[in-house]
Design a protein around this ligand. Structure first.
Ligand SMILES: [Ca+2]
Length: 419
């Protein structure tokens, strides 16, 4: 038994030409940024093809397809219609002279699934209705042989089905249709495309076009990454985007709230939120967000997870929540950095969507600002010793992601986390 199956498979491979088709596209987020490192599974029943998106979110699949043999002039075999079918489908066979036509049906393992039918057909266009019952749903191959000389393999898709091949064969007098000759590829329906990674979870695309040619471009496929519970947040006149990273919902931008004070000043408990802007330039606050001393960010309380200067319903992350983020991105800061931030081994891939900018800092003693485009630091609401609190930081030329404790008098970035 095993041996005969193998023989069938070999015959099948010899009788049709195997060619490849390519399916391309790009996975992007709602801001049209490509999503890198997304695992993709393309389901074309019963096969699954796998790939991973590149840095810009693009992907390609190579689909091995069966191509019809080129038939001599006057011969034509149409694609089946309907396809998929349930349980009956029809093909047209056009012959220049009467001839013997043999039709066999195989599954994709090359196993014959029905008895072959063999009939004499007239010159002109004949149709054959093929009915497949009692077989599993999926793709089947029809091998059609004319006069033992020409062989064509057609791929058909059964959606339901007696192990019975109908033998209704009829002839008509229509002239040959040239269009029957033109299709070198069969229309292949895509069942679904499934995208997964640890940040986006799982997203399924359906209703995709059929693969009808040697190249199918699916274009941009959007995976929305904002938090469903809060797609944007309007806070003190500024609209913030959000991003869902596994189970955490983060503001996608550094907080930029309050009035700017000069670097030599210290923020105070005065009922006004005070921020530093790198280089004492408001332009930098617009781009990188404000830089805050810890007590100001916390609004002079020391309770872990407090709201501080965050919008209502949000808080300054506790140390353990930064560790969760660190673990989610597998200690790889590049996954947190925006595209264009960092160089060499420290280039941002932003696979998480966190979109960190290398915002630098205001030194604890107010002497200067430093490390713009080199470092960035984020406060937690957890203290280490009286004068220090835990931070998460990253650097521009490596992918390290560290948690450390830091003097509370530094001015650094604040990212708010949804309660
Ligand atoms: Ca203040």
């Amino acid at each position: 038994m095993e041996k005969s199956l193998l023989t069938s498979a070999v015959i099948f491979l010899l009788s049709g030409k195997l060619l490849s088709q390519t399916v391309i596209g790009k996975i992007v987020d709602e801001d049209n940024s490509g999503l890198a490192g997304v695992t993709l599974n393309l389901y074309i029943n019963p096969n699954v093809y796998n790939t991973t998106t590149l840095a810009n979110g693009s992907f390609s699949f190579i689909i091995t397809e069966v191509k019809d043999e080129q038939l001599p002039t006057g011969y034509a075999i149409s694609n089946n219609f309907p396809n998929p079918f349930n349980p009956k489908t029809r093909i047209d066979i056009t012959l220049p002279n009467s001839g013997v036509v043999k039709i066999e049906v195989f599954n994709l393992l090359g196993e014959s699934v029905t008895e072959a039918i063999e009939n004499i057909m007239n010159a002109g266009t004949n149709f054959v209705d093929i009915e497949l019952n009692g077989l599993p749903n999926g793709i089947y191959l029809l091998r059609i042989k004319i006069d033992e000389k020409y062989t064509v393999v057609k791929k058909v898709m059964l959606i339901y089905g007696s192990k019975h091949l109908a033998t209704d064969i009829a002839s008509n007098t229509q002239p040959n249709k040239n269009e029957s000759n033109k299709s070198s590829f069969l229309d292949t329906p895509i069942d679904s495309l499934v995208a997964t990674n640890s940040f986006i979870g799982r997203k399924t695309f359906t209703n995709l076009p059929n693969i009808a040619d040697d190249l199918l471009d699916l274009g941009d496929l959007v995976i929305e990454r904002y938090c469903p519970e809060a797609p944007t947040v309007l806070y003190e006149g500024k609209l913030y985007k959000t991003v869902k990273i596994e189970n955490q919902c983060w503001l996608k931008e550094n907080l930029d709230v309050g009035i700017m004070i000069n670097r030599i000043q210290s923020a105070s408990n005065n009922g006004v939120i005070e921020k530093y802007c790198y280089g004492d330039s408001i332009t930098n606050c617009n781009k990188y967000g404000g830089l805050y001393q810890w007590d100001e960010a916390m609004q002079y309380v020391t309770i872990e997870g407090t709201k501080g200067i965050c919008p209502t319903g949000w808080h300054i992350p506790i140390g353990a929540e930064l560790v969760t983020l660190q673990t989610t991105v597998d200690y790889n800061s590049n996954a947190l950095k925006a595209i264009g931030q960092g160089i060499g081994g420290g280039q941002g891939t932003n696979t998480s969507g966190f979109s960190a900018l290398l915002a630098g800092q205001r030194r604890f003693d107010g002497v200067n600002f430093n490390f713009l485009n080199s470092y960035t630091y984020f406060w937690s609401s957890s203290i280490s010793i009286t004068t220090s609190a835990f931070i998460m930081y990253m650097f521009y030329y490596d992918n390290l992601l560290n948690i450390y404790d830091y003097n509370k008098d530094y001015g650094i970035s604040v990212r708010c986390l949804k309660d």
